[in-house]
Ligand binder design. Structure first.
Ligand SMILES: *[C@@H]1O[C@H](CO)[C@@H](O)[C@H](O)[C@H]1NC(C)=O
Ligand SMILES: *[C@@H]1O[C@H](CO)[C@@H](O)[C@H](O)[C@H]1NC(C)=O
Ligand SMILES: *[C@@H]1O[C@H](CO)[C@@H](O)[C@H](O)[C@H]1NC(C)=O
Ligand SMILES: *[C@@H]1O[C@H](CO)[C@@H](O)[C@H](O)[C@H]1NC(C)=O
Ligand SMILES: *[C@@H]1O[C@H](CO)[C@@H](O)[C@H](O)[C@H]1NC(C)=O
Length: 401
């Protein structure tokens, strides 16, 4: 289904070294596996099977523990330690007998083969810190950068999802924000999404990553590529550093709810007070203000901001508000639109799945199921195929859908 380019072929086996190196006992979820070494053995053999025949790998042979009912046989034609991959060439184990490192650099292996299944099952279950090690090691080993790979426009949906997922979250945000500025259109909500759904610290880290990656600031690129009211809103949003505490000033919430209502009634949607409130107040404070808005004036603010459903500035204002106070609803909608679109929007699908997998995917899935009466997994299965589908399902964590 997916053919990895030769440049990437050298990256993947190296990944395996690191994946195993950082592995904890629950390192890969193979549902039916019985023990860690069983799981590891199966994973290694699967990988081996994907390679061209290679004599150096002959020691990777499995004597399945479950078939070892004759082990009491004193002639012991299948020595017990062979049931554990720890005795295999290039494999090291920790004290608990779990594979801790795989170094096949002397085996003359040139490529990964084509085992996307293994990449998915391993990579799909790494956390951000573990993936960071992979990325650093890749950079050191090859003097190459995963981001560069991503920036090649030719990558398939599968490769793109793998690379996005492997990136450090701050670098991923910087990459996505940069892409959004370069491809910016009035209907592109990615900048507002990143600015409003990340924590203040995460957004700061993304801006720092942007500096080091692109040798300029996100703010200046946003200002350069956007225009008019969009620029007025987006520039302060991407540069915000909101207070993150729960404290709410109710007096302020009431007065600002009133202010918002006045401006919206006047159709002054680009008013600087609206933008100031959305770009500077804490999320808790905005939530309180909007709760008060609804109680006092009868409508959800986003309903009042729907006066002209086709207006793209109003759409981005509504997206901003949703992202700030109900991110799971915002992301549910992004996924729904991406999936229901004629010819699936894989860019949006990969972005939302890779950026939310470790954040609020559970809430998003609940929201999705409620809103669409099918689960997100079912929707993904219906709309995507092959390795890309498998990767998305691994990230969405289909076991608890
Ligand atoms: C156990 O040993 C018997 C007798 O040698 C043999 O027939 C049988 O296949 C062995 N079972 C397994 C699972 O290896
Ligand atoms: C033990 O192994 C020997 C040699 O492989 C075989 O002849 C014998 O049947 C085995 N004994 C049992 C109990 O499986
Ligand atoms: C793998 O083994 C080779 C040869 O023993 C060694 O030079 C190399 O540093 C090892 N690599 C890692 C990542 O441990
Ligand atoms: C709450 O906001 C009002 C209006 O801005 C301000 O006068 C008051 O000092 C604030 N209260 C607290 C406790 O910060
Ligand atoms: C927003 O306010 C509602 C109603 O008080 C509350 O249930 C919800 O948890 C708040 N959300 C946030 C993000 O503060």
């Amino acid at each position: 289904m997916t053919s990895l380019t030769s440049a990437k072929l050298c990256f993947l086996p190296y990944c395996l070294v690191i994946f195993l190196y950082v592995s904890s006992p629950n390192w890969v979820a193979f549902p039916s596996a019985t023990s860690t070494s069983d799981i590891e053995a199966k994973a290694l053999l699967k990988w081996k099977a994907s390679l061209f025949p290679n004599k150096a790998l002959n020691s990777l042979t499995w004597y399945p523990p479950t078939h070892n009912i004759n082990a009491t046989n004193s002639s012991s034609s299948s020595p017990k330690q062979k049931t554990c991959p720890c005795t295999w060439t290039g494999v090291s184990c920790n004290a608990a007998g779990s594979v801790s490192k795989l170094n096949l650099s002397t085996c003359g292996i040139q490529g990964w083969g084509t085992n996307e299944d293994l990449i998915i099952s391993i990579l799909g279950h790494r956390n951000a810190a573990q993936r960071k090690v992979i990325r650093q090691t890749y950079a050191e080993a090859y003097g190459e950068d995963l981001l560069k790979e991503l920036e090649k426009e030719l990558t398939s949906d599968f490769e793109r999802s793998i690379l996005l997922w492997t990136l450090d979250p701050a670098e991923r945000d910087a990459f996505l924000a940069n892409e959004a500025t370069k491809k910016w259109t009035k209907s592109n909500q990615v900048l507002a999404e990143i600015a409003c759904s990340r924590s203040s610290h995460e957004l700061l880290m993304a801006r720092q990553a942007y500096h080091s990656r692109y040798k300029k600031s996100l703010e200046e690129d946003v200002a350069h590529h956007t225009t008019g009211d969009f620029r007025k809103l987006l520039a302060p949003l991407v540069s915000s550093y909101r207070y993150e505490g729960d404290e709410v000033n109710l007096t302020l919430a009431k007065s600002e709810a009133k202010l918002l209502h006045e401006k919206i009634s006047d159709k002054a949607y680009n008013d600087e007070d609206i933008i100031r409130i959305l770009a500077t107040r804490s999320k808790a404070q905005i939530n309180a203000t909007l709760n008060h808005y609804k109680n006092e004036f009868g409508n959800d603010i986003n309903k009042d901001l729907k006066a002209d459903p086709k207006d793209e500035y109003l759409a981005i204002l509504r997206a901003t508000i949703k992202c700030l106070v109900r991110p799971e609803k915002y992301f549910e909608k992004s996924l729904r639109l991406a999936i229901n679109k004629r010819g699936t929007d894989e860019g949006a699908l990969s972005r939302v799945v890779t950026t939310r997998a470790e954040v609020d995917m559970k809430l998003i899935k609940e929201q999705y199921h409620k809103r669409n009466s099918v689960t997100l997994d079912q929707a993904i299965k219906k709309d995507t195929i092959g390795d890309y589908e498998k990767m998305l399902l691994a990230l969405v964590g289909h076991e608890d859908a």
